[in-house]
Design a protein around this ligand. Structure first.
Ligand code: UDP
Ligand code: MG
Length: 315
């Protein structure tokens, strides 16, 4: 049995020695498996690539795929999936926030044959800024209400999967990727393994608040059509209200004559409607721009350098 471990790395020169040490330790306990480490260097600006080359020189299990620029974590994971040859495939962060020590247990669960994948879920968010936790919680509540991909609160991208599931993920080659949604959408039997949050071992988080906010919006637009319905229903509602208002104005004119006051409220109404119209056009624009990107069929990533035998360099 072969096990492929995918590790996306963006400016992780400080964390790499730690994760590598952990991986070697865990691998030693998994003697039944042939193991490969697929490090994807996502256009790092530090010495991540040099570090990876060093590791590869001493350990032939280390395969690196270095992107021509920063394509984002989603693209890095996709590159990993496309290049993984294992019967079992796992994705994990480079900062040890996804503890490799859980792997033996995850493999055990898959070995029972009852499940196709083992996913992990943080039971707390200790060590994270409270405002970030708050918005994360709201996001999970919202997305589960308005989309049919069920996305678990605290779910990590850290997962161990069987080959069939990986093939399904590769098949879903949409350009705008939101893995938590994709994993949920393809289905399969998933076991959820809870664990306590671990803080990053070294280096800094690559996700600013705004980057996360945009990612959350992407998740919503990619997995739900509800915002479009809100726009349509808002439109219908306002049409209805204005219809009532017209009748009201006509009746008033017939009964009380024609007073010229009321221009201030008129201006308010015009700006209000104008705002709503722009807002709805913005929503449509979001979907349209996604569609535009999808129809271009651009590759998800470009590998500039790799030590693998036959790397899938562009996909
Ligand atoms: N990452 C990446 N490309 C990016 C941003 C992040 O490959 O553009 C990787 C990063 O190296 C790490 C993982 O994604 O292995 C998670 O990033 P990070 O730990 O910064 O996120 P957080 O845990 O703070 O959500
Ligand atoms: Mg992290």
């Amino acid at each position: 049995m072969k096990l492929s471990l995918i590790i996306p790395c963006y400016n992780e020169e400080e964390a790499l020695p730690y994760i590598y040490e952990e991986l070697v330790k865990v691998s030693a306990t998994l003697s039944d498996y042939e193991i490969e480490y697929l490090f994807v260097n996502d256009g790092s600006k530090d010495h991540t690539l040099d570090k990876l080359k060093e590791l590869a020189a001493h350990d032939e299990r280390v395969k690196y795929f270095s992107f021509s620029r920063n394509f984002g974590k989603e693209a890095a994971m996709y590159a990993g999936f496309c290049n993984a040859s294992g019967d079992y495939v796992a994705v994990m962060d480079a900062d040890l926030q996804d503890p490799p020590s859980l792997l033996p247990k995850m493999l055990e669960i898959l070995a029972t044959g009852e499940y196709d994948s083992v996913a992990t879920r943080r039971v707390n968010r200790e060590g994270e800024p409270p405002i970030r936790s708050f918005f994360a919680r709201q996001f999970y509540k919202l997305i589960n209400k308005i989309s049919d991909a069920d996305i678990v609160d605290g779910a990590r991208d850290f997962r161990l999967m069987k080959r069939d599931m990986v093939d399904a993920i590769i098949e879903l080659n949409e350009y705008n990727r939101f893995s938590k949604g994709i994993f949920g959408w393809i289905g399969f039997r998933t076991y959820w393994l809870p664990y306590e949050n671990v803080e990053r071992v070294a280096g800094e988080t690559k996700w600013s608040f705004w980057k996360l906010f945009k990612y959350a919006l992407d998740g919503i637009v990619n997995f739900s059509q509800t915002p479009l319905s809100i726009a349509s229903f808002g439109g219908i509602f306002l049409t209805f209200v204005s219809f009532i208002a017209i009748i009201f104005v006509i009746v008033r004119r017939l009964i009380w004559g024609d007073p010229v006051d009321g221009w201030a409220s008129l201006v308010c109404i015009i700006t209000f409607i104008g705002g709503i119209q722009l807002f709805c056009m913005g929503i449509m624009g979001q979907y349209l721009s996604k569609t535009y990107l999808e129809t271009k069929h651009r590759p998800h990533y470009i590998v500039a350098e790799s030590n693998a035998d036959d790397p899938v360099k562009i996909h």
